[in-house]
Structure formats: C-alpha cells, structure tokens
Design a protein around this ligand. Structure first.
Ligand SMILES: CC(C)(COP(=O)(O)OP(=O)(O)OC[C@H]1O[C@@H](n2cnc3c(N)ncnc32)[C@H](O)[C@@H]1OP(=O)(O)O)[C@@H](O)C(=O)NCCC(=O)NCCS
Length: 108
C-alpha cells in the first residue's frame, strides 16, 4: 500500500482511502484481471489537473505499467484542463523516470 505499515495505520484508513480513490479519475493496468498499477488525479481545475496516487505493485514493477497509467490520466487531464502537474520527491528515481517517459511521449 502507499500508506505506512499496516500496524501503524489508524483504524478506518483503508476504508477512507478506498472512498477517496473511488471519487478520483483513475486509470489502472489489469494483469489477468488483477489491478497491478494505477494513476489518478486528486484535484481537477480548469487550469490544472494534479496527477497523483501513482502506484505499481512491487511484483509488477519496471514493465512500463506506471508509464501507461500515468500517460492515460495525463491524456484525460489535457482534454479538460490547460495543464497537468505533479509532485515527486527528488530521490524517487523510478517515479522521476516514469514522468520523464510520459513527458517525452506527450512532447513527441
Ligand atoms: C514509481 C512507480 C509507480 C513506478 O512503477 P513502474 O510500473 O515500475 O514504472 P515503469 O515500469 O513505467 O517505469 C519505471 C522506470 O524506472 C526505471 N527505474 C527503476 N528503478 C530505477 C532507479 N533506481 N533509478 C532510475 N531509474 C529506475 C525503470 O528502468 C523504468 O524505466 P525504463 O522504462 O526506461 O526502463 C513504482 O516504483 C511505485 O509504485 N513506487 C512506490 C509509489 C511511488 O513512489 N509512487 C510515485 C509517487 S510520486
């Protein structure tokens, strides 16, 4: 999960998270019917959609799935808003690579 360890998670966190993501525009990658990767948008304004909640299950990483999901939500964002934006930690190299690949694709 994206959140902290199961032990540290306050009661009801998963339920709240599911409620929250069920309201987000969300794109997922299914492998054999199982959701393995997703990317969403947690704020949608005419000026900008904020992309977030990008995650790939650890057994399925480095197969291009986050790039696919992020690219799909970015495409949706650019249909509705002037721009799409996101934050990423400067030491999250796999995520930075995903967003670079996405940027390169959008700017071909
Ligand atoms: C970031 C994350 C979503 C990437 O998912 P993924 O499905 O593996 O992503 P992709 O396969 O599309 O791309 C990963 C890229 O990072 C590269 N990569 C992996 N580890 C890397 C590292 N340590 N340094 C640099 N690049 C790295 C891969 O080679 C791949 O690039 P390539 O296609 O050019 O070879 C996944 O690692 C994850 O869920 N992390 C935890 C949650 C998270 O940090 N989310 C992002 C918050 S902003």
């Amino acid at each position: 999960m994206l959140l902290s360890s199961r032990e540290e998670r306050p009661r009801g966190t998963v339920k709240k998270y599911i409620e929250r993501i069920s309201k987000m525009p969300l794109y997922g990658v299914l492998v054999n019917g199982e959701l393995v990767s997703y990317a969403g948008s947690f704020i949608q304004l005419p000026q900008v959609w904020m992309i977030g909640g990008v995650y790939t299950h650890s057994n399925h990483r480095n197969k291009g799935y986050a790039a696919l999901a992020t690219s799909a939500v970015t495409e949706e964002a650019l249909k509705h808003a002037e721009t799409a934006a996101l934050f990423v930690r400067s030491d999250n190299y796999p995520a930075i690579r995903v967003y670079e690949k996405n940027w390169l694709q959008e700017n071909r």
